[in-house]
Write a protein that binds this ligand. Sequence first.
Ligand code: SF4
Length: 382
Amino acid sequence: MDKKTLSLFPFTREASLNVQSLGVSLDALVEDDAFERARIRGKERVIEAIERGEVSKPLIFSDLHAEIELLSYPFARILVSCIGDSALIERFALAEAKGSYEKLKRLSSSKDDFALALAEDFSLNVSPAEESASATRRTGALAGQFKMHFTDFLRLSAGLSGLRWKLVNRDLRDGFVLLNRSEFLRLLQSAFYMKVRERLPLEVPAGIRHAVMKYTEEIKRVWERVKSEAFKRGSCGGEDMKGIMDVSCFPPCISRILSGLLAGENISHAGRFALTAFLLNIGMKPEEVMQLYKNAPDFNASRTKYQVEHIAGSKGTKYISPSCDTLRTYGLCVKEEDEICKEVSHPLKYYARKLHLKKRVRAKEKEGQGKREERLSSGVRK
Ligand code: SF4
């Protein structure tokens, strides 16, 4: 692949070898003026992932431009690693994969050799199906253009919803699953995602973390804004809930589950229960909670409605969100260094305590402001 093409698929082995051949050290990438454009583009990659859910693939007009694009990818990986929010990492990996997939989809089918070369880069056992003509007759148009070994099929389709991704529903021949072109490309997208997700978050030395702070701080602000906007959208505007719902006071465990859900992660059953019960317990309406689940990759409106209403008490029992001990058992406690977490035994107590503290801080700020204004006006009178 030439440099321009590689820059559109920067997570491939070949792209990584190309970056190595440029001989740019980590320190240089992070600090040298010569790589400022690569750093800015790296930051843009993460911001595009947050805001659009897809990293754009610009028109590459020169080898130099391709190098900037290639170098911006490892820099973006450093940035998401420094921020260390697993929901952000997830979103970044999905968005990188989506961007490359969309680019690949737009290529004509005469470029399928290229898609096969990408599959080879990921060591996937896939090839054109020799029996494509008979398979097409039997299973319909476009069926059986490619065949993929069932182990790769199972691994790459694991996170996909829909009956066509169940092995029992597939045409299986001698251990190979027949695929049409769009299915093959969709599975390649999963391979892209897995490759980007690999080894993240990276171990980043303290000096590098410090050097990239101006980029990470900007990304964090965008990430917080987008999460809060998505939450408000999910909660039907949020205006009528001001003062009751305060996302900034949520305990770390609930924030983590919520961020994951908004980022399109597949949340465990225990995580969904904890989040749903918590939101209902603090006063959110069942239909508002349901809106949030629209982000889930396996969203099913009627099943979600049933589950949320059940937890809300439609069958007589209104469920209380699980305690910290229970969340710990399920590996959902993420307290880290949180001071309030050290003192509470229940996420609802955490929320109440933090709301109370926030109210006190606001009251003090107001009091200070009042005193300043009083001093000012008495100075004016004198
Ligand atoms: S200590 Fe409790 S409130 Fe804090 S993160 Fe863990 S489970 Fe949540």
